[in-house]
Design a protein around this ligand. Structure first.
Ligand code: ASP
Length: 344
């Protein structure tokens, strides 16, 4: 997978780079793109997800439909990090979390959902068909089945199976995720969760988009932290933490250690900072600094990243550790960006 990933970077991005006549990994400066439609999403899986979203955005569709369709691409892919083949909890069971929010402030969410392939679509049904915002566990599954979602067998991907078997050897509960710079002696802990093939686990895709009509929506879906305690929910299904959309201001999604995103109501905080006049990049940085202040000496041990879009179509991102990347697609470009970070 590591070499596959390298291949994807060099062939796909290289190809795009040639196509667009631009360097594809564009360093840490913010994209200059403004306007709509536009879609951004977390990590390298975001490229394929954005392409899925673009089928709707590119033909004047609604941002809500786009962000659902986009992350379904990731949920469909056999990988270790999102969807039914993903890293399980420490009892070996894959539990999925997702949320979605539209331009009217409608939102829906599912937590600890088992054996359903598309938690994002169940979250949308919660939003549209129930008087509630969030359903969890058995109740969420029962609702999904009643809505016609098939009950699937859990099928760990080979990577997830190997990673879980490796984890079981020590069965150490260390909630560490998405820290990429430790290989090069960065500020992360000594033991980030590497898959057996050396790749790091990215458990989440968060996506926000603005459609041709200028409306914003967002989605977030995850298997959560790998080998988490049974019953643990992170930020990803929590409106205001893993995702927030305010159609007057902007939208934000988060990835990384969910506990620390929840602590500061991360995505909501970023949107409120944008409301006060900050650019998306400044707002993400200010939210990260708030986490750093709370964590003190322990800030170097975690990764959290925010990715935001404002009403003008401006994009910004900021992470605690370096190594966080996001995918952007607009009428002008389709590429990966590296986020700025607190630790270099
Ligand atoms: N935020 C997710 C969680 O804490 C994990 C991730 O983003 O990788 O469950």
């Amino acid at each position: 997978m590591a070499s596959r990933r390298k291949f994807i970077y060099s062939s796909l991005f290289g190809g795009l780079g040639t196509l667009l006549g631009k360097k594809v990994i564009a360093g840490v400066s913010y994209p200059t793109v403004t306007g709509n439609p536009i879609v951004i999403s977390t990590w390298d899986a975001g490229l394929a997800a954005n392409a899925g979203a673009w089928k709707i955005l590119g033909s004047n569709g609604r941002a809500l439909d786009a962000v659902e369709a986009g992350v379904r691409v990731t949920e469909d892919s056999i990988n270790c990090c999102v969807g039914l083949g993903a890293n399980p909890d420490r009892d070996g069971i894959v539990t999925l979390d997702a949320c979605i929010m539209d331009e009217h402030g409608n939102c829906g969410s599912v937590g600890a959902l088992e054996r359903i392939k598309h938690p994002i679509s169940v979250a949308r049904r919660v939003m549209e068909k129930t008087p509630h915002v969030m359903l969890v566990g058995q109740g969420a599954q029962q609702f999904a089945v009643s809505e016609g979602f098939p009950l699937e067998e859990q099928k760990l991907s080979d990577d997830a199976k190997k990673a879980y078997e490796q984890w079981l050897k020590k069965s150490e509960y260390k909630p560490i995720i998405n820290i990429e710079n430790t290989k090069s002696g960065g500020h992360g802990p000594s033991a980030p969760v590497h898959l057996p093939n050396g790749e790091l686990n990215h458990d989440t895709i968060g996506m926000v988009a603005m459609d041709a009509a200028g409306n914003l929506s967002g989605s977030c879906t995850t298997s959560g932290m790998g080998f988490k305690m049974r019953g643990r929910l992170g930020d990803s299904p929590i409106i205001g933490a893993g995702l927030y959309v305010d159609n007057e201001v902007g939208a934000c999604t988060a990835t990384g250690q969910g506990e620390d995103v929840i602590r500061i109501c991360g995505s909501h905080t970023v949107v409120e900072l944008m409301r006060q006049g900050m650019s998306p990049g400044q707002a993400c940085k200010t939210a990260v600094e708030r986490i750093i202040k709370i964590k003190g000496d322990k800030a170097g041990e975690i990764q959290v990243a925010f990715l935001a879009l404002n009403k003008k179509g401006e994009v910004g991102s900021f992470a605690i550790q370096k190594g966080f990347s996001y995918a952007l697609k607009s009428n002008k470009e389709e590429k990966m960006y590296n986020a700025k970070s607190y630790y270099q």
